[in-house]
Design a protein around this ligand. Structure first.
Ligand SMILES: Cc1cc2nc3c(=O)[nH]c(=O)nc-3n(C[C@H](O)[C@H](O)[C@H](O)COP(=O)(O)OP(=O)(O)OC[C@H]3O[C@@H](n4cnc5c(N)ncnc54)[C@H](O)[C@@H]3O)c2cc1C
Ligand SMILES: *[C@@H]1O[C@H](CO)[C@@H](O)[C@H](O)[C@H]1NC(C)=O
Ligand SMILES: *[C@@H]1O[C@H](CO)[C@@H](O)[C@H](O)[C@H]1NC(C)=O
Ligand SMILES: *[C@@H]1O[C@H](CO)[C@@H](O)[C@H](O)[C@H]1NC(C)=O
Length: 512
């Protein structure tokens, strides 16, 4: 009885996947063989499901949908997917939190048959309080990790991005910038070990991977060097009480002068204090996290940044866990910390994001020209995150993330709109306008703020893009030396370029 029900379910899953695979990309045979191979490899049929298009904001006709989704609940399922995918020429895209800005974890803009391996069910967090370390699975979110750490010990935390629904798998693969980056570095600066399924379906830890492979997975971009299942991280010490403020200033209230001063000041403040700046609707919002009390913070503000006029009434004390929600919400809502466990993202608007790094402060005269780009309707926004401190104390080549020494801050550009899926001109025009003010040769970008405008791999026969042609985008994300090392590492660990996407690192194999 149970057996026949299971075989029925397998047939259904196969049918669903056939139905979804309407494109001429894969023959029905290879799709069917792939699915049979998964079943033979021990994957229960109910874990192989059709793609639900409602879970994506990308509706463009250029988009190719996956033939099915493998919702792995065990490392062996991920291994089976890779082995079967290689055997039957079905590619794998891995999805942890699904927050990739270009949707590369679940859609393809090129004609290639692929399945998604969804890691959302592999999301345990195991904390070793005494050692101040944790193993976190890639399917966990930043919110789940933060919550688990703080519940185990409110004196511990982990430096990562602000948005609680970001997936650990993609986030750590690209770096991980947040409000504690200046004090403790990026997320990847605190990764001690990892477990990865490589292109041959093997399960490898740090030792088995070897030096280059372990280097590459800590910031070299997701979807390149295998599927990372879990990460061992070093937890960091924080006080029980932190303080925050959110101060908004209009142009009339001096926003231009404040942003101009902020540029040199914020990267040089004590590492315990991070003030990020957001410009929208001709206003500047300054958001601060201080790892200490208001009594400690207020004298620092009045001596270093008196123009901002922070008063005791502006300063709020709370736990670090509460501060993550407070800052993420723009300081307007306070919600129970259990909201950090909510994995649902609200998909209401279309957005397009881009990024830059600034090494030389932008003049006040230029800021006066920048502010008018932000109209009252507020459909464009820039978020600027100060660097310096710990992140700049690590050499550019120690991890693939190269934007360290000499960087004042990064800029994230974002535009949003409601009615159509076409990107409005605003963001690309503004990005062009900003060119003389930001880093150059190359103009740098952050891989976790994925942007296909800066370049895509050429589609070539056999799928192996050349290293030369991918340098146009690769060196923006990683710098020339790191990108070359990434490509050489790819050549060693995935020479046939099995894991690939529109911006994947191509294998570079030198003959000597
Ligand atoms: C609302 C929002 C806020 C954000 N805030 C910040 C922030 O404050 N700081 C910051 O640094 N970034 C931030 N980001 C960017 C975020 O770090 C990246 O989008 C990140 O890649 C998302 O990870 P994910 O697992 O959710 O994405 P996914 O879409 O699942 O994956 C992203 C990429 O990594 C690959 N990948 C996923 N899992 C794995 C894995 N286990 N092994 C190997 N490759 C994998 C995917 O195939 C894809 O190419 C934000 C993004 C959003 C949408
Ligand atoms: C995966 O399966 C193996 C073998 O059945 C088991 O030992 C292991 O605990 C499972 N892992 C998870 C995360 O469920
Ligand atoms: C752009 O960035 C914002 C803020 O980080 C985020 O909410 C949005 O989802 C991003 N856009 C895309 C397409 O992911
Ligand atoms: C989780 O978040 C979503 C999106 O913001 C929201 O609609 C939903 O109500 C939340 N669920 C819970 C249980 O709070």
């Amino acid at each position: 009885m149970a057996v026949s029900r299971r075989s029925l379910a397998i047939v259904l899953a196969v049918c669903c996947c056939y139905a979804a695979a309407v494109s001429p990309l894969s023959s029905a045979d290879s799709t069917g063989d792939f699915l049979k191979c998964l079943a033979a490899g021990g994957l229960p049929s109910q874990l192989v499901v059709p793609w639900g298009s409602s879970s994506s904001v990308f509706t463009s006709i250029r988009t190719v949908q996956p033939i099915c989704v493998v919702t792995a609940t065990n490392a062996s399922h991920v291994q089976a997917a890779v082995l079967c995918g290689r055997r039957y020429n079905i590619r794998i895209r891995v999805r942890s939190g699904g927050h990739d800005y270009e949707g590369l974890s679940y859609r393809s803009v090129r004609p290639e048959a692929f399945a998604v391996v969804d890691l959302a069910s592999l999301r345990a967090v195991r904390i070793n309080r005494r050692a101040a370390t944790a193993w976190v699975d890639s399917g966990a979110t930043v919110g789940e990790l933060s919550y688990a750490v703080a519940k185990a010990d409110p004196g511990l935390a982990f430096p990562a991005g602000l948005c609680p629904t970001i997936g650990i798998g993609g986030h750590f693969s690209g770096g991980g910038i947040g409000m504690m980056t200046r004090k403790y570095g990026l997320s990847v600066d605190n990764v001690l070990d990892a477990v990865v399924v490589d292109a041959n379906g093997r399960l490898l830890d740090k030792k088995a991977m070897g030096r280059d492979h372990f280097w590459a997975i800590r910031g070299g971009g997701g979807g390149n060097f295998g599927i990372v299942l879990s990460w061992k991280v070093r937890l960091v010490a924080i006080p029980r009480t932190v303080s925050v403020f959110n101060i908004r200033k209009t142009i009339d209230q001096g926003a231009v002068d404040l942003v101009t001063k902020w540029q040199m000041l914020a990267p040089a403040l004590p590492d315990e204090l991070t003030i990020r700046a957001v410009v929208q609707s001709k206003q500047a919002l300054f958001q601060a996290l201080h790892l200490g009390t208001c009594n400690q913070l207020l004298p620092v503000m009045s001596s270093k940044f008196p123009e901002l006029g922070v008063t005791r009434a502006d300063c709020r004390e709370m736990s670090w866990l509460e501060s993550t929600l407070y800052i993420n919400s723009g300081g307007t809502v306070t919600t129970p910390v259990e909201d950090l466990l909510n994995r649902t993202t609200s998909l209401g608007v279309f957005t397009k994001n881009k990024s830059d790094y600034v090494k030389k402060a932008i003049s006040k005269a230029s800021w006066e020209k920048i502010f008018p780009w932000f109209d009252a309707a507020g459909a464009g926004i820039i978020i600027m995150e100060p660097q310096g401190g710990r992140v700049a104390a690590i050499a550019d080549g120690d991890t693939p993330y190269p934007h360290r020494v000499g960087v004042l801050y990064n800029i994230q550009y974002m535009s949003f709109w409601m009615d159509t899926a076409a990107v409005p001109d605003w963001i690309r025009n503004f990005y062009r306008f900003m060119e003389p003010h930001v880093s150059s040769n190359p103009r740098a970008a952050y891989v976790n703020y994925r942007d296909l405008d800066i370049g895509e791999n050429a589609v070539v026969l056999g799928g192996v893009t050349s290293y030369e042609s991918s340098r146009v985008w690769g060196e923006k994300y990683f710098g020339a030396a790191n990108f070359r090392r990434l490509a050489l590492t790819k050549g060693k660990v995935d020479a046939s370029n099995y894991f690939r996407n529109e911006q994947s690192v191509p294998p570079l194999v030198t003959t000597k």
